[in-house]
Write a protein that binds this ligand. Sequence first.
Ligand SMILES: Cc1cc2nc3c(=O)[nH]c(=O)nc-3n(C[C@H](O)[C@H](O)[C@H](O)COP(=O)(O)OP(=O)(O)OC[C@H]3O[C@@H](n4cnc5c(N)ncnc54)[C@H](O)[C@@H]3O)c2cc1C
Length: 467
Amino acid sequence: MKSPDYGKVTEEVKTALAEIIGAKDIISGEGTENYEHDETLKAVPCPPEVVVKPDNTASVSGIMKLASQYKIPVTPRGSGTGLSGGAIPIHGGIVLSLERMNRIREIDTANFVCVAEAGAVLNDLHQAVLDKGLYYPLYPGEMTASIGGNVATNAGGMRAVKYGVTRHFVLGLEAVLPTGEVVHTGGKFVKCSTAYDLTQLIAGSEGTLAVITSVILRLISQPGSREILFVPFRTLQDAVRTVPEILKEKILPVGIEFLEKDILDATEKFTGKEIPLSGYPAYLMIMVEADDQDQFLSIADRIGKVCLRMGAVDIFVPGSERAKRNLLEAREKFYPALRQLGMLEMADVVVPRSCVADFVEGGKAIATKHGLVMHASGHAGDGNVHFHLNAEDTEANAIKAKECLADIFKMGVSLGGSISGEHGLGCAKMEYLPLAADKAKMELMKRIKRAFDPFNIMNPGKVLTSD
Ligand SMILES: Cc1cc2nc3c(=O)[nH]c(=O)nc-3n(C[C@H](O)[C@H](O)[C@H](O)COP(=O)(O)OP(=O)(O)OC[C@H]3O[C@@H](n4cnc5c(N)ncnc54)[C@H](O)[C@@H]3O)c2cc1C
């Protein structure tokens, strides 16, 4: 899968693009700045030669046929909130932004299904579905992300313990192949044993196999009210070791997050809002759903007993919607808060839930060995540990951080885990893939890539190297 010498976006190509989508939805030169980067830490911005914003599938198909003819690299883009550099056009070429394909095509209340265009933003999707009395339960942190981006990265978020991740709600796709062919996979049904599952192959492929143009999503009935328990512990180990104990009690929270004092302090400072019971070394934030207050009190009582038995200091239950909102908002602001502290690297390793404590302990020891500090937080309930390596931002420390990251990934894999639980590899983490995939698996993935994308024009330089 050698990288070809890519074609350029010449005036001839621009004219052909304008014939497909109209000149006003094409940007080149000034105005492409917003499409040069995503939210990845320290990512180097790369200017595309052109940004195109089609508003229908036929136009996407036309663009891909043209790109294929001229061998021009294409980077699909949703909202650009990715954390692995997946939407950065590292080879220039065309950025294909789905932002105008943001319609909710259908909400089918009989089949509990929603058909949304890939550029639909999560906030809008949630509201549209709610308006029809149904519910899309996933909450992957950043609600300005697009549903196409969520599917392409298989986004997770804070409700994975109960609901799983994006792919578990994707029933089918409309996607445009690098050749311009349009494929429809899956459908408005919940089971299917008909040949290969292309829906799930394209989900999580980070724009390297096809452009997703619309998504068929499974919906559920609206759940009861969502409540939070915020629980301080004297050690991080006590906090994360409590998680499997809660689940053993046959309680299924929506999500269980863990966080350390330093992260909480940074967030308090960043948001200017006080977090209750602050000052303890570690916390669990446990989110549960209940049909009524009595059911919630019973669940809270059972969870509280487990936490206290495992060393919790106290159990805090916010008494108002506002207090609840403040806590959730604090959790959502970790990333920008920590960014201000000067992170060198961040990653989101996933390990079996029972290994979270060992992983965090081992990771901290590795970081210390490299002269760095590791802060950990994340989705303890599903084993997805977000960690950040902090130290003064110098060239020497940046090199140390890369070596340290590789050692921590190796340790995570040795515990039965993998490199990324939800952010994907993009261009930021792709070099580490061989740590988690043996030769046979790497070769198979490369053959799959070649079958979809013989000219390697579909988001090249992401996920897999092109050798
Ligand atoms: C503050 C913050 C918090 C976050 N919290 C979480 C979290 O809790 N959980 C989580 O999983 N993520 C989280 N993220 C990461 C991010 O929101 C997700 O990765 C999201 O799925 C990206 O969606 P997007 O529309 O912004 O995609 P982009 O960033 O535009 O693209 C991401 C990748 O998907 C590809 N892509 C996008 N659209 C398409 C398409 N239509 N067809 C094919 N490929 C496509 C791109 O090429 C790229 O490889 C967070 C990000 C931020 C900034």
